[in-house]
Write a protein that binds this ligand. Sequence first.
Ligand code: ZN
Length: 269
Amino acid sequence: MPELPEVETTRRGIEPWIVGRKITGWSVRQPRLRWPVELPARLSGERIVRVLRRAKYLLLETASSALIVHLGMSGSLRLMPLDSAAGRHDHVDIEFDHERVLRLTDPRRFGSIHYHEGDWRSHWLIKDLGVEPLGPGFDGEFLRRAAKDRRVAIKHLLMDARVVVGVGNIYANESLFLAGIRPRLAAGRISELRCTALAAAVRDVLERAIQVGGTTLRDFVGGGGAPGRFRPSLNVYGRADQPCYQCGTPLKGLRIGQRATVYCPKCQR
Ligand SMILES: [Zn+2]
């Protein structure tokens, strides 16, 4: 599934190609994605001003509106020449004035595209989202406040999009390892010092994943077409029962809220 790093990689991949370009048309071959795709006629002629990311949403901003794109479980966005033949999973094309199309391919159809007039921050999918893990609001003090008096497992809190967005399962596992914190520890019992280490670990893991273009990669292809290469640098995710790289102790696997969780019983307290 495309996670925050893959979405950010896609954003960086498509941004230089479409900023300043005018939308000349579109084709919706399959409108039944996660939500029905409805694009209004006035979209034609609008120019892309910025390409932003909020959580795992891509925002294609124009002067007065935005296209809000989510890649769902298996979606990808790529720039292609205008005359490229469409395959059966190529559901939506946005056409630009330089003879290119931005193509949404999504075999499982959990992705979505919404047109939003005005400021995208007020859109119902976006307005209640938590802080950005790479933004200025995410640090130890923030985490400590969010965790105060909470008995929920710290890993669960990290993955709660109302608190902080875009920390998927892989990244939550890896961050907790780097910070030396047990995934099941009650969030409210973690000191501010350790919360600071954890916030730094989350940033570090996400930034490294973005640098190499993301992790997951059965279906995902970055905006530039290259698959991500983060997987070889994973410390714990997918390594239950294998020796910890730091101390050699066999890693433990368990489930927290249905999600695969792996940690080192010696390095994580
Ligand atoms: Zn260890």
